[in-house]
Structure formats: C-alpha cells, structure tokens
Ligand binder design. Structure first.
Ligand SMILES: *Cc1c(COP(=O)(O)O)cnc(C)c1O
Length: 396
C-alpha cells in the first residue's frame, strides 16, 4: 500500500488547479504588464485570481499581494512592520516559541539588527494564552506575530483574541495562517490582523506561490526591487499560472470546507485512537483545538528518523516534525516548547491526513506503526533499561 500522510509538508495538487494552470500557460502566456491585448488578457486572469483569494479570506483585492510562498509572505510582513516601527523609535517584537522557521529566522535576523524579540511560551498543547500577549505589549512594541495553526502539532492559536488585543493597543498584528487557510474558516476582519500569510501548496495548489494580505493602511515595503508589479511592492513578472492554480485550489477547498473538515477530522481521530493504544506514547496537542488533519505523537525510546525510514519502506510517507528540521538531529523546537524532554521529543511522528485518505489506509498505518515501534524498541538499549527499571518512563 502507498499512503501519503504528510499533507502538512505539502499537498497533492488538485486536478482542477492543474488543468487551469496548463490552460493558463497555453492561452495567457503574455506579460500582464504589456499594454497589448494578450498582455491585458493575462492581466485579467491575474486580477480575477486576486479577487478570488481576497474573497476567500474576507479581504479586498487591493489588500492581496502575490508572493513566492508562505516564507516570503512571512518575511515581508514582519520586516515591513518591524522597520516601520523602528522609524518611530519602536524596536520590540512579540512572537511565540512555536512559529515556523520562516518567522523565527526572520526574528533572529531582526534581533541582530537591534530589535528586542519576546518569545511567548505556549502550554503543553501548543496553545498561547492571549493574556500573555497583552502583558508583553509595551510602548515600543512594533509588531505581534502569532501563527494561526501550528504546522507540527496542528494546534489552533487564539488569533481572534490576540487580534482584538493588538487592535486595542494599536500594535500591528501578523499571523502566519499557512496551515489554516483552506483547512478551517479564515476571515481577516474577524481576526482583526494587519498581515496574514498563506501558501498555495498547503491546500492542494502549486508550490512556489503564496499571498500576503496587508490591511488597507498597514505599512508594506518590498523585499525585492525591480519593476512596478504588485503595486510596486513585489517586483518580478507575476507567476500567473501558479497564481490562478492557487486561486482555483482555494475556491475548491472552501466549496467543500465543512465536508472536508468533518471527513479529515474523523480520519485523524480514528488514527489517533488506534495509535494511542501503543504503550508509553503521548499524543501532542490533543487537549487543544487543532486543524482537522494533523496528528503528532511521541513514543518513548524511539528515534524518529528510524521510525520514518521504516514506515517509508512500508509505503507510508510521514514526517518526524517539520520538513525543514528533518535531516538535522536536533529535536523539534515546537515539541521542546510544549515541554517535552529531549529524549522523547526525538521520538516524534507527524501524520497529516487529507480528505483523500481512507479508513483502510488508517488501519494499515496503525498496524505498521505498531509493528515498527515494537521492532525498534526490541533493539533499543534505552527500552531495555526502562523495562529493567534502571530508568523511569516519561510516559507512564
Ligand atoms: C509551509 C509553511 C510555511 C512556508 O510556506 P512555503 O510556501 O513553503 O514557503 C510557513 N509557515 C507555516 C506554518 C507553514 O506550514
């Protein structure tokens, strides 16, 4: 059996999005900045996609800027707000310990440039108490950046409450909604954010394309200099095939949102019920509201990378955390932020399902994970000492 269960890393492109992209490349190849008719027809395609993306998140078309993906959108939002603040003497930024590296590494860069960054802690489910945001805001706070949904455990953070606090305190608020858009209802006015990042390939659109919502009146500066595309804020000839593919995928996801959410959550819960029977394991984030498809579990005395490779050999594509950290032997910063000790954070498995998965596949995953976990434990010296009572179990 071949099972793709790594939808938080990327999703399979939808057939409709693919068809629209191919058609777009054939029919609308002209440069949308050109004044001739073919150029203007291409521009119409671009602007229609902008309207669709805007509508999908409750924004106005003028508030949507197309980018190369979630990472670029995060970078642009954070840097724009940070430097706008700095010009007014504000050099403090608030974020969380569980953000994606697109946010955390941008923060690290800003810290080197003189900004003071506060990393708010989360609880054991990865949830952030909005009151912590209120308490952390100061006179010199230039930006609050809190993700909508975590990519490793799926936890939904209380962005509406945080948005309201930021509005009251008049501090710009950015949210990385890459894992939320297309998976749960997202409305920028309800959140009350100034910036919101989304990415096409996380909701069955193509890779290498995303969007940044910038509230009318919020500051936006370009990362890339050049032509006057995207109203002068993002130079470079627009990747229209990818943009229309993203818009098509998002419309499709939203047309079936409730149905998909229900189906995906039921599959995830079924998988979770089966896997949680494995002894000395812990489901991460299960005490919080989560996006429907994501499941993160830690196993005592297991090395995540070995688990992944053995599952891959059985046809199961999963992840041991975020794709960006796999390959390194450091445990996930997110799992550590949830308070898990290093040794168990290493033994993590992320399975992220979509509406395209089946119960038969869930049964197969449960069976294979059980088998691989017992095999790895049978050859583990750590497991041996736990069994002998020389070491204490972390998960009872
Ligand atoms: C995938 C992801 C990103 C990065 O998006 P890209 O389009 O791959 O650059 C940023 N934030 C979160 C939460 C993500 O899951």
């Amino acid at each position: 059996m071949k099972i793709y269960a790594d939808n938080a890393a990327t999703t399979k492109i939808s057939e409709n999005a693919l068809a629209v992209m191919i058609e777009n490349m054939k029919l609308y190849f002209a440069n949308p900045s050109s004044l001739h008719t073919p150029g203007q027809l291409a521009k119409e395609q671009l602007e229609q996609a902008r309207e669709e993306i805007a509508q999908a998140i409750g924004a106005k078309p003028r508030e949507i800027f197309f980018t190369s993906g979630g990472s670029e959108s995060d970078n642009q939002a954070i840097c724009s707000a940070a430097y706008a603040g700095k010009r007014k003497g504000k050099n403090h930024i608030i974020t969380t310990t569980v953000e994606h590296h697109a946010v955390l590494h941008t923060m690290a860069k800003l810290a080197k440039d003189g900004f003071e960054v506060t990393y708010l802690p989360v609880d054991e489910d990865g949830w952030l108490d909005p009151q912590l945001v209120r308490e952390a805001i100061r006179e010199e706070t230039a930006l609050v950046s809190v993700m909508y949904a975590n990519n490793e455990v799926g936890t939904l953070l209380p962005v509406k409450e945080i948005g309201a606090i930021c509005k009251e305190k008049k501090v710009p608020f950015h949210t990385d909604a890459v894992q939320a858009v297309g998976h749960v209802p997202v409305d920028v006015r309800e959140i009350g954010c100034d910036y919101l990042a989304l990415s096409g390939h996380k909701f069955h659109g193509p890779r290498g394309v995303g969007a940044l919502y910038v509230r009318m009146g919020a500051r936006i500066d370009n990362l890339i200099e050049g032509g006057a595309q995207e109203r002068g804020k993002r130079a470079g000839t627009e990747n229209i095939p990818a943009i229309v593919g993203m818009a098509t995928a998002l419309k499709e996801a939203l047309n079936q949102l409730e149905e998909n959410m229900e189906k995906t959550a039921a599959l995830r819960d079924y998988l979770e019920a089966g896997l949680s029977k494995i002894s000395h394991s812990k489901i991460n984030g299960s005490g919080a509201e989560r996006v429907p498809g994501t499941l993160n579990i830690c196993f005592e005395a297991i090395e995540g990378e070995s688990l992944l490779l053995l599952l891959d050999a059985k046809g199961i594509a999963a992840s041991s955390g975020s794709a960006c950290t796999s390959g390194s032997l450091d445990p996930s910063h997110v799992l550590l932020a949830l308070g898990l000790p290093h040794e168990v954070a290493h033994g993590s498995l992320r399975l992220s399902v979509s509406e395209e998965n089946t119960y038969e596949q869930m049964d197969y995953i449960i069976e294979q994970v059980k088998e691989v976990v017992s095999y790895l434990r049978s050859i583990s010296p750590v497991w041996e000492s736990l069994k002998k009572g020389e070491k204490e179990y972390i998960f009872k």
